[in-house]
Design a protein around this ligand. Sequence first.
Ligand SMILES: [Fe+2]
Ligand SMILES: [Fe+2]
Length: 138
Amino acid sequence: MMERIVWEDKKYSVGQEELDNQHKKIFELINQLSAQGQVDVDSELVSTVLEELLHYSEEHLRYEEEVLMQCSYEDFDAHRQQHWQYLEKISNLSVAAMAHENKVPDEIIMFLREWWTGHILSEDMKYRSALEKGKDKA
Ligand SMILES: [Fe+2]
Ligand SMILES: [Fe+2]
């Protein structure tokens, strides 16, 4: 059984409430998806959570890019590229996942867990100070 991803402010906060809330919501959806992988549920429920996750994470990335653009984040292009790579990978994986009857393949859950925790900790954290400076200017 896969462990839940547990949100900790100290570990994951990027210092902006809306972004933190969105990251929290993404963790929640990933946890829901991993829990459902273990039990027999109808495929509709699984694909609903997966679809919500795909949709919500895309919205988040778009919002985050807007915030980063507004504070003239210097590594914006590289950051956006990471987002694009994620979107490409997840859309390929989810085509396969949707074909499964009542389980989300572990592969997609593993990818989501690793990508989101890794991206927040190593990439999103880099814009923390740029956001702080942006706050001072406002
Ligand atoms: Fe990001
Ligand atoms: Fe993010």
